[in-house]
Structures are given as C-alpha cells and as structure tokens.
Design a protein around this ligand. Structure first.
Ligand code: BGC
Length: 282
C-alpha cells in the first residue's frame, strides 16, 4: 500500500451513531471480568463479536447470548492465546464465520503471584506466555488480516485496530508480582513498537491501562471493607473502577473518534498513576 491508495479520512459527525457499526471484533479472555464487559459493550456499539475463552465455556456462551440480545452476531471460540496453532485456528474460524476482523482486543491475562525467591519457572512462563506471548500471537494474526484486506472506508478510517489490555503496572513496579509487572512492561513496548511499524498501513495499535477494577482477578483488594479502605489510599478518585469504565474507553479507542490516536498508553485508573503518596508528602 502507498499514499495514493489510501482513501481520504471523513470525520464521523452523527451524534447518536453506534461507534462501531458494521465492525467485527475479537475479544480474548472474554468469558469473565474486563473482557466479558468489553465484548458485550462493543456489541452494544454495533460490532459483531467473537468471545474467546480457554476455560469457562458456559460463561462464554452467556456472554454470546448477551451479544445476540443486542441484535449483533456473537460467537464463542475456545483457544489458548499462548498456543500458536490454536490462535491461528481461532482467526481462521472467525474469518470463516464473520468474513474478517476489524478490532482485536488483546485482553486475556492472568496473575500467578509469589515472592520473587519462591517464584517458580512455571509461574514465570505461564504469566509471560499468556500476557505477553499471547498478545504477540493474536496481534500478528490480526495484522496479517488487516494488511491483506486494507482500509474499507464504509467500515472504518483504519485498516484495523488493536487494543492491548495493559495495566497501571506497565509503569508502577509491583513487589510480589514481578512476572506480572514484567509482562505488562513488555506489553507497553510491544504495543508502541508495533504501532510505529504498522502506522503506515493505517493500522492503529494502542493500550488501555486499567487501575484497580472490580473483577475476579483482584477480589482480595476490594471484597472486605478493610481491604477496600486500604485500596482507596492508592486511588485519588476514591472509588474502585468498574468493568464498564474500561469497556467505554476501549470502544472509544477502537472507534474512528480515536482515528488519530496511535501508540498511546491510555490510563483509566482514577489517578492511581499520580503518585497518591505525594498528595501530602514530598
Ligand atoms: C491487576 C490487579 C490490581 C490492579 C491495580 C491490575 O493490573 O491485575 O490485581 O488490582 O492492577 O494494582
């Protein structure tokens, strides 16, 4: 593709439009937590959505039912994102069923916490495998399809969008979670480097960096009043995040309203990255 083949950008103008009308999205790890909320929200904004899961078929099917209730197409596909063959098969299945992919939300992620000197190689490899290699494998398949297909102006200004679900821990060091923080630090520079590489093809790549969001991954941090009070010391905005906070940001980031946004880490964290300890210290 060169400059002459790129269509002119036409700014969307209708205020009540669905942000993602006519687009096809894949959300990894969409059977629970942030991924589930994102998948259903993208459908409400007009996208057909593939719900990827590795375990939790019933929950994945429930998410698909909610997607279908919005009037969009939904499909659950099982695949371990850290497994190359399974990722390739998932993209083939999606393209067979829906024709193509416009939006990849690289969301699947997990924690396996341990003090550093007790951390096993298996814990290290599992977290890096899903959180970082999984994002690489899915992004690579998406980029291949985006490049093959190019821009379809009736659908989107861009040839494709990748949203990496990162974390505040792409910049905040996290004792006891070294594997997790390392994976998210990796996601940050993978996202920015890839954004630089594929921008000329009008492929947009950005990260969403959630703070503490009320999901099963961090129940210990919010389920008792004592834990919640401790957590609030880290959040200037003084409330926990809800999955919908992330879903709204993701839908915007994937939409043409964000067409000039490339390679950014978009923190959605109630101010967690603002060094709350310095509100009174320093
Ligand atoms: C982690 C959560 C944690 C949050 C804020 C997320 O990336 O998965 O367990 O509550 O960061 O520290």
């Amino acid at each position: 593709m060169n400059d002459e083949t790129l269509p002119e950008v036409i700014m969307p103008s209708c205020p009540n439009r669905q942000l993602l009308k006519g687009q096809k999205a894949l959300v990894t790890g969409a059977n629970s937590g942030i991924g589930r909320e994102v998948a259903v929200y993208l459908a409400k904004e007009g996208a057909d959505v593939v719900v990827n899961y590795v375990a939790g078929k019933r929950a994945a099917n429930q998410a698909v039912a909610e997607i279908k209730a919005t009037g969009q197409r939904g499909l659950a596909i099982q695949a371990d994102v850290s497994n190359e063959a399974q990722v390739k098969a998932m993209f083939r299945q999606m393209c067979d069923a829906l024709g193509t992919i416009d939006i990849l939300v690289n969301n699947a992620g997990l924690q396996q916490d341990a003090p550093f000197d007790e951390m096993t190689l298996a814990q290290w490899n599992k977290v890096l495998g899903v959180n970082l290699t999984g994002q690489f494998l899915c992004a690579r398949e998406a980029v291949r399809e985006f490049k093959r297909r190019g821009v379809v102006p009736e659908v989107s200004c861009a040839a494709g969008k990748i949203i990496s679900m990162s974390s505040v821990h792409e910049v905040i060091p996290w004792a006891g979670h070294v594997n997790y923080a390392a994976s998210k630090g990796g996601v940050m520079l993978m996202t920015k480097s890839l954004a630089q590489e594929v921008a000329p093809y009008r492929i947009r790549v950005n990260s969403i960096c959630p703070g503490a969001i009320r999901t099963p991954i961090n129940t210990d941090a919010w389920e008792t009043p004592e834990a919640y009070a401790e957590l609030m010391k880290l959040i200037p905005y003084n409330r926990i995040g809800e999955p919908e906070d992330i879903a709204r940001a993701t839908a915007w980031m994937a939409s043409d309203d964000a067409d000039y946004v490339q390679g950014v880490s978009f923190f959605v964290d109630g101010g967690m990255t603002l060094y709350p300890g310095f509100a009174e210290g320093g």
